[in-house]
Design a binder for this molecule. Structure first.
Ligand code: PNS
Length: 167
């Protein structure tokens, strides 16, 4: 049987431990999982695409079947270009459901051969989002344990750089 390739798309601005948890679960089920970083995020991202990719590459450097890539444009076209038959998405709470259902059904309409599979992160991370992580750090709070250490460092560096610019 041919290998099953899954893509795990997202903005990853920044990568959280919730994302890492989903990738860990996915890496046990699929032959290969491609962490696919969306280049053109609608709102101005905190981290540039190369920064988001560099962080993910460092976090997953020892993970044999996990690779990190970027994409732009239609997700299903990108999935086909990677020979991926699965799109993995995390579902934290009911509040995620509507947006995820719409995307999954639109993607199915565009490409019936690509299946979206939802995974739940560990309950420890069920309230963690990139948006809240950025907000807490911007306001001086700690996100220790909620993001990989490299993300914690990079967030601190970004905050310092922004404060220096404003001074
Ligand atoms: O981490 P995010 O921001 O929730 O990820 C959203 C993402 C990247 C999965 C979504 O914005 C996406 O798939 N963008 C690609 C554009 C696309 O294919 N749109 C039409 C299908 S819904």
């Amino acid at each position: 049987m041919s290998e099953v390739v899954a893509i795990y798309p997202g903005s990853f601005d920044p990568l959280t431990n919730g994302h890492v948890d989903i990738i860990h679960r996915g890496s046990r089920f699929f032959d290969r999982i491609v962490v696919s970083v969306l280049v053109n995020v609608e709102k101005a991202p905190l981290f540039t695409a190369p920064e988001r990719v560099a962080i993910a590459r460092e976090v997953f450097s020892g993970w044999a079947n996990v690779e990190v890539d970027t994409f732009d444009g239609l997700l299903v076209e990108y999935a086909q270009s990677k020979h991926a038959s699965v799109i993995v998405r995390g579902l934290r709470a009911v509040s995620d459901f509507e947006y995820e259902m719409q995307m999954a059904l639109m993607n199915r309409r565009l490409s019936p051969d690509v299946e979206t599979i939802f995974m739940m992160p560990a309950e420890t991370y069920s309230y963690v989002s990139s948006r809240l992580v950025k907000e807490v750090v911007a306001l001086g709070g700690s996100v220790h344990g909620l993001v990989p250490e490299i993300v914690e460092r990079r967030l601190r560096e970004k905050k310092l750089a922004r404060e220096t610019l404003r001074a």
